[in-house]
Design a protein around this ligand. Structure first.
Ligand code: NAP
Length: 223
């Protein structure tokens, strides 16, 4: 099967949280934000999980940088919880695909379709992320996908061996609780998870953040 190259980009506190226990997630300095938008401008699609849309209401378009076109926005939303008022629905600068399951409310699907959103029903209870990536590759010509979290979507993709690269910014904060960068049932030891190869480490222009770039070398065994 052919699928796009998948990059997870995220900013985490020193204790590895991408959001606090109350959902606060502003961890990037302006330089880091610009870096994120540069990646947005270089990909064909941007993928996020339902909670990220609900909590952050991101527009998911490249700003602060010159972009040739806006990438497709892809929301993985098993129960179709995306609000009709979400920017990925109401903002028309980029196309949006919401991928859901047979559990989704049919009338909400109709409403979203009438609002110009494309809806893919892929799976009975869970969205098969491999199928989504394949479909994006073959039907939409998507070759590079930026994943912008959150932690649960990151885990699902890592678990399925569908991630090629991780760009993680460590910010000078501590949350002590909240959502981890990768949040799931977890691996018992280092043997079960993917092996990462360090590509680069850079200090942000702000002088306080560290940008770590890893390549995913082997995918994990299924757990
Ligand atoms: N600092 C950063 O860089 C950064 C970046 C992004 C997000 N965040 C933060 O991260 C938090 C959200 O992270 P999160 O881990 O709670 O949520 P998330 O990963 O954004 O979304 C998780 C939800 O997505 C749906 N989903 C994911 N994979 C699925 C699959 N295979 N099939 C069906 N549905 C699937 C599920 O919805 P259902 O349960 O409804 O099925 C799941 O509950 C927010 O607070 C946000 O602010 C931070």
């Amino acid at each position: 099967m052919q699928r796009p190259y998948v990059i997870i980009v995220s900013a985490a506190s020193v204790d590895g949280r991408i959001a606090s226990k109350t959902g606060y997630s502003r961890l990037s300095c302006p330089f880091d934000l610009k870096r994120l938008h540069e990646v947005r401008a270089s990909v064909d699609a941007i993928m996020v999980g339902a909670n990220t849309v609900i909590n952050d209401d991101p527009t998911l378009t490249p700003r602060y940088v010159k972009a040739v076109r806006n990438p497709i926005r892809v929301v993985i939303d098993g129960k179709m919880r995306t609000p009709l008022t979400a920017k990925v629905v109401t903002n028309k600068e980029a196309p949006t695909i919401i991928v859901t399951t047979e559990q989704a409310d049919r009338s909400k699907i109709t409403q979203l379709v009438n609002m110009g959103v494309e809806v893919w029903v892929m799976g009975k209870e869970r969205v098969n992320l491999k199928d989504v990536l394949e479909k994006l590759f073959t039907e939409r010509g998507v070759r590079r996908v930026l994943v912008e979290g959150g932690g649960h979507l990151n885990w699902e993709l890592i678990k399925e061996g569908l991630v090629d690269e991780i760009r993680l910014t460590i910010s000078p904060y501590v949350f002590g609780a909240g959502t981890s960068f990768i949040e799931g049932e977890g691996y018992p030891t280092t043997m079960e998870g993917p092996r990462l190869r360090l590509r680069s480490v850079n200090i942000c222009e702000c002088g306080q953040e560290v940008i770590i770039n890893y390549i995913v070398e082997r995918c994990c065994s299924s757990i």
